[in-house]
Design a protein around this ligand. Sequence first.
Ligand SMILES: *Cc1c(COP(=O)(O)O)cnc(C)c1O
Length: 432
Amino acid sequence: MLPSAFHWRDQALHCEGVSLASIAQTYGTPVYVYSETAIAQAYAGFASVDSSIPLQVCYAVKANPSLGIIRLLAGLGAGFDIVSQGELQRVLTAGGNPARVVFSGVGKTEEELRFALEQSVGCINVESLHELQQLGDLALAMGLTAPVSVRINPDIDAQTHPYISTGLKENKFGLALPQALEAYRLAHSHPGLRITGVDCHIGSQITSLAPFLAATDRVLAFVDCLAEEGIVLSHIDLGGGLGICYHDENPPTPSALMQALTNQVRQWAGTRARPLPKLVFEFGRAIVGNAGLLVTAVTLLKPGAQASDHNFAVMDAAMNDLMRPSLYGAWHAVIPLSTRPSAGACQAAWDLVGPICESGDWLAKDRPMALAPGDLVAFASAGAYGSAMGSQYNSRPRPPEVLVRANGQVLLLRRRERFEDLILTEQIPAGL
Ligand SMILES: *Cc1c(COP(=O)(O)O)cnc(C)c1O
């Protein structure tokens, strides 16, 4: 699960030749550490697939919205999949090209739609008839035509955690095919709307090809339906959601997935006398997930009184820093930064927990290892939905984020928050 940019030297874990312990020393703990090479390589796995089909790989900003990471990916030619005005503002601030932005989301507000139109985003992925009508009317009032795709809900089981499954008809996302057809007819006849494509995204952390292929089949059949009505698309957006290896998952590689999907589309197109539409993808987790670690220190140890009791290692990171274990029961590998146990280290099966006042505040359970107070460990696979889901719960300042460049230069993407940041938007009203 560790990309090759993370490696061992002198029994210590390094990122691009820089020891993680030295980063912890400089920036304190907890700290998020990302590898530029690992991000670039994962992106290239999608973007440099050998295909005769034009491709646009959009990075799903919500996986890790750090400005520095957006800038890095913009420089590699990525487009961006956004789900809020704030994410669009991040992309613009980091120098991303709005023409390569697709705006997804089930509940965009009128203010968000207006902003997206003002900024000329490439496409708005519409998820309801209400939104479509609203967008068309808004664009007309602004003297524009809105570029739209309809997100279809193909009713395919992505075989992933229920919270991150989005392509089943019981999920709130997208439109079922009959309603989607209705949406295209409306879009076709509305002077404020310009149909550009079709969109589909069935979930996240998908670890086999089958759900992608099944969803793509449905999308392509739907594109045929549209063609019969004289509606021609310039792109097909097949979404994102490719899983990564956290533990023992064995997902397809980015290039294997891209080969399979581009082959499927090429075969479909080959039997039809139509130009190939551009393919758009929206990957987040598979680009940044394994490129980042959360480095944290053991604050203290609380071994159980009896052999059958839990042994707690209380860390200086908590559920507010890395929420995935609490939220999804997710498993992250815990890697001591040194293979040499510290003096007085205690070997046990440890529950690594945070100091937050919730029993749900745990990061890993039942991990056999030797730990001593002050030891540094890394939670692997924390580049996606890690910092992004962070909060200040328990008035804990959010940790810094650093990017290690291929040349070993360490760049600070976000400084550690201070108390002043915690209270920045608050006031004590006069007379209270
Ligand atoms: C979250 C999301 C993605 C990215 O999902 P990953 O699993 O991170 O690849 C893509 N498209 C949409 C619409 C999303 O909501």
